[in-house]
Design a protein around this ligand. Structure first.
Ligand code: NAP
Length: 250
């Protein structure tokens, strides 16, 4: 199979490239930057897309810039249709149709573009990556207090998402969404923060003192508090606490 992956240099893309290779699929990696196995192209301008897609049967679309994903996805779909791509797998986020966040509206618009493109497709929605949740905490690592919100998260390892994506790109298109994918447990953000602090060597008491939980008003916080970004059932992969223990120095 000739497979092109967008976003293959990103947080999820790197382990996904590794998982594809482990499954015997050598991907072509669409990137704006030169590198091994890279096809240089820019999804915003469209430059390089026809060359990147030449001879491609399957596209795994992970790229994002968190601002203009609909435009990038539209360009990719037009080029994929012209190139005769037989299957496009798109990664979205759990709750994009329920949580009133601008980025989620853009991801939902991308889902619609994919569904209406005429290219055979499969859409997977995943919950937040461990890296994303851990990023909130590491950004505050030099502060005396670690601020959290009174919302739950169901973080998942990128390895688990990558494994699911490999199974989807090697199967037939479903012309719709497959079951949402979330991590193994739903926990309050404050508990995840305490786990992150403890993984850095703090005692249980010190972690308790360091983490502060805020309550935000408004529809966005209410949607997160209601867990509209979680799947309602435990999923695969390592737990956040075990992932945090492997992230020395972050
Ligand atoms: N973060 C989460 O918790 C989470 C949860 C669920 C789903 N997702 C989804 O997972 C996907 C991957 O997220 P991530 O956090 O791994 O992303 P990321 O680390 O921010 O990586 C972004 C990727 O997009 C590529 N990209 C950006 N603009 C581009 C352009 N104009 N042309 C070509 N490539 C471009 C970059 O490639 P180059 O820089 O090499 O060009 C890079 O590989 C996204 O679709 C995201 O919505 C994320």
């Amino acid at each position: 199979m000739t497979l092109l992956i967008t976003g293959g240099t990103g947080t999820l893309g790197r382990p996904t490239v590794d998982a594809l290779r482990a499954a015997g699929v050598e991907p072509r990696i669409l990137s704006r930057r030169p590198g091994s196995a890279h096809a240089i192209a820019d999804l915003q301008s469209g430059v390089g897309l026809p060359e990147a897609l030449a001879g491609v049967e399957t596209v795994l679309h992970l790229a994002t810039n968190r601002r203009s994903d609909a435009r990038a996805t539209q360009r990719l779909l037009q080029a994929a249709r012209a190139a005769g791509v037989q299957h496009l797998v798109y990664l979205s986020i759990v709750g994009v149709d329920a949580v009133p966040l601008g980025y989620y509206r853009a991801k939902l618009a991308c889902e619609h573009l994919v569904a209406e493109s005429g290219v055979p497709f499969t859409i997977l929605r995943a919950t937040q990556f461990h890296d994303f949740v851990g990023g909130f905490f590491s950004a505050q690592r030099r502060l005396p207090r670690l601020i959290t919100l009174d919302v739950p998260f169901q973080p998942i390892s990128t390895a688990a998402v990558a494994e699911r994506l490999v199974s989807l790109v090697t199967a037939a298109p479903v012309h719709g969404r497959v079951d949402d994918l979330g991590g193994p447990e739903v926990l309050p953000m404050a508990e995840l923060a305490r786990q992150w602090v403890r993984a850095r060597g703090a005692s249980t008491e010190a972690a308790e003192r360091r983490v502060v939980e805020w309550h935000l008003p408004g529809a966005l916080a209410a949607a997160y508090r209601a867990g509209l970004h979680t799947t309602g059932q435990p999923g695969p992969g390592i737990r956040f606490a075990d992932w945090a223990a492997t992230r020395d120095g972050q």
